[in-house]
Unconditional design. Structure first.
Length: 332
């Protein structure tokens, strides 16, 4: 009886999950559970399609403006389906300002319902820096009520990133501290250069991580070790981060300073041949299942699996397997 009740609860909760899975086909997008206002964002402007090798340089193309604090690029050719979000506040070490958080939120809102998007890579355009955390100079000028509002908005934006229906990869080619590491923790996979530095250092400022760090870090590396790192405000390099499970891949930095980004692109390309709907449903099943007991998690998996059965993707996958050819998915 208890198992039946748990399964029923899981299936009931999947009503919202099913709505999110219909984003790729629906004309109007449904906001993620942790969205701010429940409204669909306007279409993203200023995305630049790359025609050259995306890892070859730091510029996103002739249409990109140097003053853009967040550069959005839809890749093309063999990387088609990958979207790169590049932090670009060199004067402030990519610190999270009100404007940058606003731009991130707008970009993520647009990506939610774009069925052409298969994987999102978060990187930095600034050599040696991923994100130094919150913009403390800007915060010092804020009223106390503004600080609370800003932290809430940053937390909501990072939650929205975590709830994107497609795989997300953080390419950490430099320093990721405080909110910068919290941003990376919200991504499904983290890749870092061995020389990168990471840590939740908020206790040095007599505060605590406020954008998900106290929750996502222990879920990633375990409770005891997460407490140790937060209590000590310790900073670890890429090698140590890999050894404790904070990142999935560590690479030696190259002369261009974008080794982690190149590795992230290679990883993203491994995702592209897979069924788009299956990828979204798999992420949903894993994320929701990790927050409940096994019985409920299995019920969530069953309900999510059922959503892949009637899709054209599944039929195409079976035909391609039978005909011994690459599948041609449309993400329907």
């Amino acid at each position: 009886a208890a198992a039946m009740a748990a399964a029923a609860a899981a299936l009931g909760g999947l009503g919202l999950l099913r709505a999110r899975l219909r984003l790729a086909a629906a004309a109007a997008a449904t906001s993620a559970p942790l969205g701010r206002n429940g409204h669909r964002a306007p279409p993203l402007r200023g995305g630049v399609a790359a025609t050259a090798l995306p890892s070859a340089g730091r510029s996103y193309g002739s249409q990109a403006k140097e003053e853009e604090e967040l550069r959005v690029r839809y890749l093309d050719d063999e990387h088609k389906g990958i979207v790169v979000l590049g932090l670009n506040r060199s004067h402030a070490k990519n610190a999270l300002s009100k404007n940058l958080v606003k731009m991130m939120s707008k970009a993520v809102d647009a990506l939610k319902s774009d069925k052409k998007v298969r994987t999102v890579v978060f990187r930095s355009e600034v050599p040696g820096i991923f994100c130094a955390g919150a913009d403390l100079k800007e915060r010092a000028k804020m009223h106390s009520s503004e600080v609370s509002s800003f932290v809430s908005r940053a937390r909501a934006t990072i939650n929205e990133l975590a709830n994107l229906p497609v795989p997300t990869i953080a390419a950490i080619d430099g320093i990721a501290l405080g909110g910068g590491l919290e941003l990376a923790l919200a991504c499904d996979i983290r890749v870092a250069a061995s020389s990168a530095k990471m840590g939740l250092v908020e206790t040095k400022l007599a505060i605590i991580p406020g954008a998900g760090g106290t929750q996502r870090l222990p879920r990633t590396i375990g409770v005891s070790l997460a407490k140790e790192l937060i209590f000590s405000a310790r900073i670890v390099d890429g090698e140590e981060a890999k050894s404790i499970g904070l990142i999935s891949h560590v690479v030696e930095q190259n002369e261009a300073g974008d080794a982690a980004y190149r590795r992230a692109l290679a990883l993203a390309r491994e995702f592209l041949p897979q069924g788009p709907v299956a990828m979204r449903v798999a992420k949903l099943a894993i994320n929701q299942g990790m927050e409940v007991d096994l019985v409920t998690g299995l019920a969530i998996e069953e309900a999510c699996y059922a959503q892949t059965i009637p899709t054209k993707d599944r039929i195409e996958g079976l035909l391609a397997f039978k005909e011994k050819r690459p599948p041609r998915y449309k993400g329907e």
